[in-house]
Design a binder for this molecule. Structure first.
Ligand SMILES: Cc1cc2nc3c(=O)[nH]c(=O)nc-3n(C[C@H](O)[C@H](O)[C@H](O)COP(=O)(O)OP(=O)(O)OC[C@H]3O[C@@H](n4cnc5c(N)ncnc54)[C@H](O)[C@@H]3O)c2cc1C
Length: 378
């Protein structure tokens, strides 16, 4: 039976699922709210399971070529002494385990493929309303769009991110909640010999969190600092570099040196961390949530993009099988729920440990264990 699917949101999950569905011979179209289809210039850290999932879509090498494969993650003391090394372990022959890349580079990899496949994408458009016909015994969903068009689909996939408008319609009570921390990011030149992503933990500078960096290209790396931000403050944009520098006080090693480059408020990116982990199932009738819309976590494990692409690959595979949409959605949940929940709850727990060191467990052990779990087949 031929299937027709509409994807709301042309970000990581939406583009990946569109490519996966196209590969399965399923008719798919995407609507993206941003007419310029842009992402901001910061870095993204990904691991072997992300590369494996992208490789399923034929894009593993393209992503690696667009970024900087690094040797793995190291945990350091605030002054830069080594605590532990977690070398990246490849899951795809010929491709690395750990990778840093800029968001625009990842976006380019995904958008180029979508364009090359001729998948229709409407920019500057979102849904106006949708009606799930299963509620009245039907087997489709009718969608009207803000450009005045409408369509009937077998499935509506909401890949519209952490603040999902589709989720708001179907699960109005589900809202991203501030976790107590924020993340500050800034791109700086990469020291020529830097081949690891380093995490400096256990700082005692009054801002409870951690900091680190990750190479993005041969020339560039980004530094980040995660801090407790009581009351979820809003900052004057003119003060962002100064505020980030304050939070980097007390760090030594490569980070201490790199922190000196944080001077331009316009290049400083601050985001409060807000998470929303949906219970099972992530679907109602013919509408399903994927990516951050279903399980936005904090960036403590660097797994958000990997979870989004894994969702996309698994959903496309199940929809490509000879089974009903309902059976495909059930199979999708069976393969995805526990895995994404583990990443989400563990990421939030790592942030809690940073804010309450007196109750903390061992972040190295948790990170290593989850890396091993995520190396298992999806
Ligand atoms: C500070 C921070 C740092 C992070 N660092 C990392 C990291 O290092 N590694 C990692 O793997 N992950 C990281 N993440 C998480 C990662 O960015 C997300 O998990 C990933 O982008 C999720 O993809 P998505 O497609 O679900 O959502 P998004 O990438 O947010 O894409 C959603 C898309 O939907 C569009 N959209 C939104 N609403 C509508 C609408 N109503 N109609 C149509 N389109 C709409 C948006 O414009 C966007 O294009 C980080 C997140 C944050 C906040």
């Amino acid at each position: 039976m031929s299937k027709k699917v509409c994807v709301i949101g042309g970000g990581v999950a939406g583009l990946a699922v569109a490519i996966g569905l196209h590969q399965q011979g399923i008719d798919v179209e995407v609507v993206e709210r941003d007419k310029d289809w842009k992402v901001y210039h910061v870095g993204i850290i990904v691991q072997a399971n992300f590369i494996r999932a992208l490789e399923t879509l034929g894009l593993g090498k393209a992503a690696v070529d667009a970024g900087f494969p690094y040797r793995g993650a190291r945990f350091l003391t605030p002054s830069g002494d080594l605590i532990a090394e977690l070398p990246g372990e490849s899951q795809v022959d010929g491709l690395p385990g750990d990778l840093g890349l800029t968001r625009p580079a990842l976006h380019e990899v995904l958008t180029s493929k979508v364009k090359a496949l001729g998948i229709p994408v409407k920019l500057g458009v979102t849904f106006e309303s949708f009606t799930d016909n299963t509620a009245t015994g039907g087997d489709s969903v009718d969608v009207t769009f803000t450009d005045g068009t409408s369509g009937t689909y077998d499935l509506l996939i909401a890949a519209d991110g952490n603040y999902s408008a589709v989720r708001k319609v179907l699960w109005p009570e589900a809202k991203p909640a501030f976790t107590g921390q924020g993340v500050w990011r800034y791109n700086v030149p990469r020291p020529a010999d830097l081949e690891w992503s380093d995490l400096y933990i256990g700082v005692e500078n009054g801002y409870k969190g951690k900091a680190g960096y990750c190479p993005l290209t041969p020339e560039e790396m980004y530094i980040f600092v995660v801090t407790e931000e009581p009351g979820n403050p809003r900052f004057d944009p003119a003060t962002l570099a100064e505020e980030m520098s304050k939070r980097l006080a007390g760090y030594g090693g490569v980070l201490g040196e790199a922190a000196k480059a944080v001077t331009d408020p316009a290049l400083t990116v601050y985001r409060p961390l807000e998470a929303c982990i949906m219970p099972d199932p992530w679907y109602q009738g013919r509408v399903v949530l994927i990516g951050d819309a279903a399980h936005s976590a904090t960036p403590h494990l660097g797994q958000g993009a990997a979870m989004a692409v894994e969702d996309a690959v698994v959903l496309a595979e199940e929809l490509g099988e000879d089974q009903s949409i309902e059976a495909a959605l059930q199979a999708f949940m069976l393969r995805r729920f526990e895995r994404a929940k583990l990443v989400g709850t563990s990421s939030i727990m790592l942030g809690e440990w940073e804010m309450h060191p007196e109750k903390a467990g061992d972040p190295v052990e948790v990170t290593e264990r989850i890396r091993r779990t995520l190396a298992e087949p999806v």
